[in-house]
Design a protein around this ligand. Structure first.
Ligand SMILES: NC(=O)c1ccc[n+]([C@@H]2O[C@H](COP(=O)([O-])OP(=O)(O)OC[C@H]3O[C@@H](n4cnc5c(N)ncnc54)[C@H](O)[C@@H]3O)[C@@H](O)[C@H]2O)c1
Ligand SMILES: O=c1ccn([C@@H]2O[C@H](COP(=O)(O)OP(=O)(O)O[C@H]3OC[C@@H](O)[C@H](O)[C@H]3O)[C@@H](O)[C@H]2O)c(=O)[nH]1
Length: 389
């Protein structure tokens, strides 16, 4: 637990602060709250429309950190309490967003409002009240790699200069407007520019985080169990759902896109360093990812199938994957990032941070959690229709 002796990276004692965390009830928020409660003396004002993923931190009242976390159920679109909560805190962390790709092309208005318009008051209140802001952006702001425009057989595709994504030098390359997939990336890019401008013109203290596919327990939902049956979560939950239901994993356009996946617990270490080392983090944009964990989506599906068989003790299907077109899976207007390797130079220099967990290990702990949490509920849900017929 928190001790007076905790020091920052420059050896100065860390003073307890109050954090206004918007979107605290989501995947990343729940892990960040857990870390802050278990390992620091900081207080959290946790804002969200939901609190299911942090219930274990809020109840019972006898929890050792009960007086350091306070949940406020509110929608930042239309709640006048927002400014006073930001004013009560030393630091605001904004995680609130629509951030599932299935929504970007089917609900582009909600996506743009959520990621740009709704974030504007948060930036304004922080700037106007001289409060520090840590804002969650995304690796999607890079869009496609320069290399993806080269001929397929060009040797330059192997040159990192054509695909490694660097905060201060890589361009942001999106598809045409009719490819509404990019509504999210574009809204995130504009809010980054607004925050950067508040820093440049009005001296606001800010840090921008660009997460590269953070994954782990409590990510999204399992359709039909703790989310809508027709809902499409991000790939970890889609594939977990298929494995739990003994269905083949669906590979969008053959699963050739590449991603680097990082364990949520590694990534949260980086966020804690940003929180506690403002002098090193202010004014920075940080990639947070694990460049060593790169796979194609097809390779991810194969590895998840193998790991799930191990942790569940159930044999895998003879044909564990099937191909599906992006139009059938996501609808019209979908497009994809081809490859995402984060440059780690800046975060390494400023915060001395490096990711640790291999893809196999993070999948093993995550799929153990998925199996323990959902296997029984799925069994019951799938048994029901048979029992009533
Ligand atoms: N998980 C990743 O790998 C990843 C990658 C890139 C970017 N990000 C960014 O990180 C942030 C958090 O992502 P996450 O994975 O935890 O997503 P999440 O959907 O689990 O969490 C977002 C939370 O924000 C809340 N929220 C949304 N709109 C709100 C509103 N108007 N008022 C109050 N609360 C609201 C939601 O209820 C949810 O609990 C997002 O900004 C996302 O764009 C995440
Ligand atoms: O069942 C599925 C689901 C997804 N996929 C593919 O898997 C890849 C990864 O999909 P995800 O749903 O995790 O989302 P993406 O990596 O494309 O975007 C994510 O990136 C970072 C964040 O900003 C967001 O959380 C989200 O936009 C995509 O190529 C997608 O087409 C499948 O092949 N099958």
């Amino acid at each position: 637990m928190a001790s007076e002796k905790r020091v920052d990276l420059d050896g100065n004692p860390i003073k307890p602060i109050t954090i206004c965390m918007i979107g605290a009830g989501g995947f990343i928020g729940s892990h960040l709250c857990e870390k802050l409660m278990a390992e620091t003396p900081h207080k959290v004002l946790a804002l969200d429309v939901y609190n299911d993923k942090i219930k274990h931190l809020l109840e019972p009242d006898s929890l050792p950190w009960a007086d350091r976390i306070q949940f406020h159920r509110l929608n930042i679109k239309n709640d006048s309490r927002l400014e006073s909560l930001i004013r009560m805190a030393d630091l605001t962390i904004n995680l609130a967003a629509i951030c599932t790709p299935a929504d970007y092309n089917t609900r582009p208005l909600d996506t743009i409002y959520s990621n740009f318009i709704d974030a504007i008051p948060v930036v304004k209140y922080c700037s106007g009240n001289n409060k520090r802001l840590i804002h969650f952006s995304t690796c999607e702001v890079y869009g496609k790699t320069i290399g993806s425009f080269l001929p397929k057989d060009s040797p330059l595709r192997q040159d990192p200069a054509y695909y490694v994504l660097s905060e201060n030098s890589s361009p942001c390359i999106f598809g045409p407007i009719e490819k509404q997939r990019w509504s999210y990336a574009c809204a995130k890019q504009l809010i980054e520019r607004l925050i950067y401008a508040e820093g440049a013109e009005n001296g606001m203290d800010f840090t921008i985080v660009r997460p590269f596919n953070w994954i782990g327990p409590r990510m999204d939902f399992i359709p039909g169990i703790d989310g809508p049956s027709e809902g499409v979560p991000r790939v970890l939950a889609c594939f977990s759902n298929n494995l739990l239901r003994h269905e083949p994993l669906k590979l969008v356009d053959g699963g050739q896109s590449q991603r680097t996946f990082i364990y949520i617990k590694d990534a949260i270490e980086a966020v804690l360093l940003m929180i506690e080392n403002p002098a090193r983090a202010n004014g920075q944009i940080f990639n947070v990812g694990n460049p060593n964990n790169e796979v194609t989506v097809k390779q991810l599906a194969e590895m998840m199938t193998e790991v799930y068989a191990k942790v569940s003790g159930e044999p895998s299907l003879e044909k564990p994957t099937i191909d599906i077109s992006s139009e059938e899976f996501y609808g019209v207007g979908y497009d994809d990032s081809d490859k995402r390797i984060p440059d780690m130079t800046i975060i390494n220099k400023q915060l001395g941070w490096n990711p640790k967990t291999s893809l196999w290990d993070l999948l093993e702990s995550t799929l153990t959690y998925q199996h323990r949490t959902y296997a029984e509920a799925i069994k019951q849900a799938t048994a029901k229709p048979a029992a009533t017929s």
